[in-house]
Write a new protein. Structure first.
Length: 185
């Protein structure tokens, strides 16, 4: 198996991070990989915000949990009500992926960039966790967070990724669900 396939197979969501900050050079490499993702009509309709201010990350954690307390899925509401849960798991860096809704397939473009980011981080032995609860907040208040993150006009935040050095051993890959594939030869 080649190194790319090994990295993809090894990547897991990390939910415990060391406090040590990731060097700027590595964050730049991870972001370069994210920006190499495919996008519809090569619009590259993404924008990245790197947050390393612990107070701002803490505020985003609490605002996200508050937004999720009224979510329509019971499990999400239960998670959001946990008083001590840090949805970023102590990560020293959070990257916000924003996009331009007017772009063709904008959220798909941003998801492709996010996946490149996650794989690049793993290749550098940096843990990551794609955070859905922050996405609930961004969906509820896109203009507020576009302003807070100083996004270019016409952009809104979609996803948040926790990044940091792993302070846990990743669990084994989950058992694959019943996946169906059709081949036409």
């Amino acid at each position: 198996m080649n190194e790319t396939l090994k990295t993809i197979a090894r990547r897991r969501s990390i939910r415990k991070f060391k406090a040590q900050q990731i060097p700027q050079e590595l964050i730049s490499e991870i972001l370069k990989a994210a920006m190499l993702a495919p996008s519809a009509h090569n619009e590259q309709s993404w924008f990245f915000t790197v947050m390393q201010n612990r107070e701002l990350i803490k505020e985003l954690n609490q605002a996200s949990k508050n937004a999720a307390k009224n979510f329509h899925i019971d499990d999400i509401r239960k998670i959001a009500e946990h008083p001590t849960l840090d949805i970023f798991y102590g990560a020293p860096t959070v990257i916000i992926i924003s996009g331009k809704p007017s772009a063709l397939l904008n959220e798909i473009n941003c998801a492709a960039a996010t996946m490149n980011l996650l794989i690049a981080a793993e290749s550098l032995d940096i843990g990551s966790c794609w955070n859905g609860i922050a996405g609930i907040l961004f969906h509820q208040e896109p203009k507020k967070y576009a302003s807070l993150f100083k996004l270019p006009d016409g952009y809104q935040p979609h996803y948040a990724i926790a990044l940091g050095y792993k302070d846990m051993q990743p669990i084994n890959a989950p058992i694959q669900k019943n996946i169906m594939v059709n081949y036409f030869n």
